[in-house]
Write a protein that binds this ligand. Structure first.
Ligand code: EPZ
Length: 423
């Protein structure tokens, strides 16, 4: 198993290019199931999760060709479709459940394995299945699989009120509704930029969608969708992660491709902590205003609130802030597993349920630590960039799921970082 070794090396300076969004691409790729014409995605990130989605779509009968070093995904589903998403693939990546809506819409049936447990929370699919049931799908759970069948072979439009603005459920219902008979309205829909990106792509394929980016999305079903080419939106979580590098270490870094509208709530917290974020022609420039970071309180919320996927990284910053910060995790019930690892590096953190209290210390100290999930892994790397001595982060396969070329991007701005194979 690979690990990443980081040594604190002072301020970082230079530019970091930000890739296309993992969480947009994982929703965009299943959209190919909605048409028998080609869908091409450009600016796709090169990640192990994208490779898993490719494997899943190929197992369903799609042709997926990766080009230009993986930044272009050309997909097509003109042949016969297999409607069964196997456990062996689904258990590797929860986002596999985003084939449920498109398969039901196209074939009138689907057998999708439930993903099973996840480190950060229970993550049920009730909002997905209740919504599809409203559209006339009969769904039951057998042998660990959701068996779904559209009444009369075709879904019908419905008014669906979500109890919570779930990202995945919004994406599944949005895709399913594009080919349904009649109009679907999703109330309390998720508003994340990845939803807007998906809706933009579906419109390019001929779908009729209004209201994406707001809490109410209306979809007028059509008979068929055609092919399209779509550029994947910038990854706001990768962007936020690297914005924290100069914040934690000092120096000034420009994030190429970044924009404030993707990270508004996050920038407000950075500003309160003493970090300057400026828009440039090419992206965002980040540096400390002066001296030490100030403590701030954070509550994670659905977009446009503070993203849960930046909570761990923000905790790494606040470990050396002046004063005490309180972080409340409101989206997932078990997303503080990075805290004990940061404590091994000398941080002062108390966790009670969904609340973590971080009292800033002068300096962190390098130590061997373990990644427990994707965002926790990168928070340990960020902490290591500012720590005294060496930090060795184990189980970095978590990191490969969501960050491409971490070593190259961070060493490009002066970090001392390397990947060590098989240790
Ligand atoms: C997406 O997950 C992202 N993943 C997550 O990013 C992200 O943390 C999350 O949205 C929230 O922003 C992808 O896009 C692939 P949800 P998703 O449905 O769709 C509960 C990362 O680090 N819920 O909005 O699974 C659920 O348990 C990952 O890149 C139900 O109760 O998130 C959770 O507590 C991690 N029933 C909350 O809602 C449901 O049917 C939010 O889940 C669905 C969700």
């Amino acid at each position: 198993m690979d690990s990443i070794v980081v040594r604190g090396n002072g301020p970082l300076n230079g530019q970091i290019p930000i890739a296309g969004a993992k969480n947009a691409c994982l929703a965009l790729m299943p959209a190919t199931l909605l048409s028998d014409e080609p869908l091409t995605l450009t600016n796709a990130p090169r990640l192990s999760d994208i490779a898993t989605m490719t494997q899943l779509l190929q197992s369903l009968g799609a042709e997926v060709t990766s080009m230009q070093d993986g930044q272009v995904q050309a997909m097509s589903c003109h042949g016969a479709i297999n409607t069964r998403a196997e456990y062996d693939i689904v258990r590797k990546m929860r986002a596999s459940n985003l084939v449920l809506g498109p398969l039901l819409a196209r074939e009138g049936r689907a057998e999708v394995s439930l993903p099973g447990g996840c480190a950060i929370g229970a993550r049920p699919m009730d909002i997905h299945t209740d919504g599809l049931a409203k559209m006339g799908a009969e769904i039951d759970l057998r042998d660990g699989y959701l068996h779904a069948k559209a009444d009369g072979g075709k879904l019908k439009g419905a008014v669906i009120d979500f109890p919570f603005a779930s990202v995945g459920a919004t994406e599944n219902i949005l895709m399913a509704a594009t080919l349904a008979k009649g109009t679907t309205v999703i109330n309390n829909a998720a508003r994340e930029p990845e939803i807007v990106d998906l809706a933009t792509c579906l419109r390019a394929m001929g779908a009729q969608i209004d209201g994406d980016g707001t809490s109410t999305i209306t979809i007028q079903g059509v008979d068929r969708l055609h092919g399209a080419t779509h550029r994947v939106v910038t990854d706001r979580i990768e962007l936020g992660t690297y914005m924290l590098a100069p914040a934690i270490c000092g120096g000034e870094v420009e994030l190429l491709g970044g924009s404030i509208d993707l990270v508004g709530a996050f920038c407000e917290k950075l500003d309160a902590a003493g970090i300057s974020v400026e828009e440039t022609e090419k992206g965002l420039k980040v540096h400390r205003k002066n001296g030490r970071i100030r403590a701030v309180d954070v509550v994670t919320e659905p977009f446009p609130g503070f993203p849960t996927d930046l909570q761990a990284q923000m905790m790494a910053l606040l470990c050396t802030a002046e004063g005490t910060s309180v972080l409340e995790e409101k989206i997932f019930e078990n997303r503080f597993m990075h805290a004990p690892e940061l404590t091994r590096m000398g941080a002062n953190i108390e966790v009670h349920g969904g609340t973590a209290t971080v009292t800033g210390v002068d300096k962190l100290k390098g130590a061997p630590v373990m990644a427990t999930d994707l965002r926790a892994s990168v928070s340990l790397i960020l902490a290591g960039l500012a720590a005294e001595g060496e930090t060795r982060v184990g189980r970095v396969y978590h990191l490969d799921r969501g960050y491409e070329q971490v070593v190259r991007k961070l060493s490009g701005v002066g970090a001392q970082i390397e990947r060590v194979h098989g240790e």
